[in-house]
Design a protein around this ligand. Structure first.
Ligand code: ZN
Length: 286
């Protein structure tokens, strides 16, 4: 199945957060531009990924050794987070028998870990190489569909107890539609988990300052916050922007955190980098 180009005529002056035609170029990087909306201060990249309409293996490139090794390394980066994320979910409800939808399941390691706990897990993943890797490594069958279309099918609506967006909302083409899809899939009373980089991170603010002071010559970490690669980062939220958005879409935020580091003494909590946004949300029971 050949991916189709997404909205080739998408006008990036239209803010992906509030919908106003109020976004203008703010930071020009080597291969891309970050737009800022003057209405809501949202920052987003002028880049969208092709969308695969449904699962299929016919025209996929086979997984080569280099890609396999790359994904093994990426898996090791995420491994330390697995027990922390698992604990966050377990604090909300018993795992055994729960139905999970892992959006942007990547290499499948969270799904695999949850399956070992008796969770019935399904995963959506647009990258064919990651789907192949998850199949080879764990025998998982991830689906290529996006949650926007998955969530419109009646058998998936109100069907899941848990939906996870681990390191995903910054990657998707349209975050509002992704969150709406997640809400459709959740049962009333079900939980949504989000983990994403924060625009309040010191490294982001330093990069903005360096850009301004150098007249755009020094971009510091902006090129790693926004990635000009397929399925790379396209938007970085401020914590309050993400909280407001999930509430607008119909969730209740039951916990907000700025990272996964375990809380220490007052000095540690003062020095602790606020570089992530971690949200636990609930779809209110009917
Ligand atoms: Zn806006």
């Amino acid at each position: 199945m050949k991916p189709t180009a997404p909205n080739p005529n998408y006008d990036f002056r239209r803010c992906k957060y509030c919908g106003s035609f109020a976004a203008q170029p703010l930071y020009r990087l080597a291969r891309q531009t970050i737009y800022r909306c003057s209405q809501c201060d949202f920052h987003a990249l002028d880049r969208l990924d092709p969308i695969v309409p449904r699962s299929g293996h016919d025209e996929e490139k086979p997984l080569d050794e280099r890609s396999r090794q790359y994904m093994e390394r990426r898996m090791q980066d995420v491994d330390p987070l697995l027990p922390l994320r698992l604990q966050l979910v377990r604090e909300q409800r018993p795992l055994a028998g729960a139905r999970l939808l892992d959006i942007g399941a990547g290499t499948g390691q969270f799904m695999q870990r949850m399956s070992e706990e008796g969770v019935q897990a399904r995963g959506l993943e647009p990258s064919d190489l990651r789907r192949q890797f998850a199949h080879l490594k764990f025998g998982l069958e991830l689906e290529a569909e996006t949650v926007e279309t998955f969530g419109t099918q009646q058998e998936h609506q109100n069907a899941f107890d848990l939906v996870t967006l681990w390191d995903v909302i910054e990657h998707v083409n349209f975050p509002v539609e992704t969150l709406e899809g997640a809400r459709h899939c959740l049962k009333p009373g079900g939980y949504l988990f989000i983990d994403t980089p924060s625009r309040d991170a010191l490294s982001y603010r330093l990069s903005e300052g360096a850009y301004r002071l150098s007249g755009g010559k020094v971009t510091l970490f902006l090129d790693s916050f926004y990635e000009p690669v397929p399925y790379g980062h396209k938007q970085i939220f401020r914590p309050q922007q993400l909280v407001d958005l999930v509430e607008k879409v119909g969730f209740r935020v039951i916990r907000q955190d700025s990272g996964f580091l375990p809380p220490g003494n007052w000095l540690q909590s003062l020095l602790r980098p606020r570089n992530r946004i971690v949200l636990i949300c609930q779809r209110p029971a009917a």
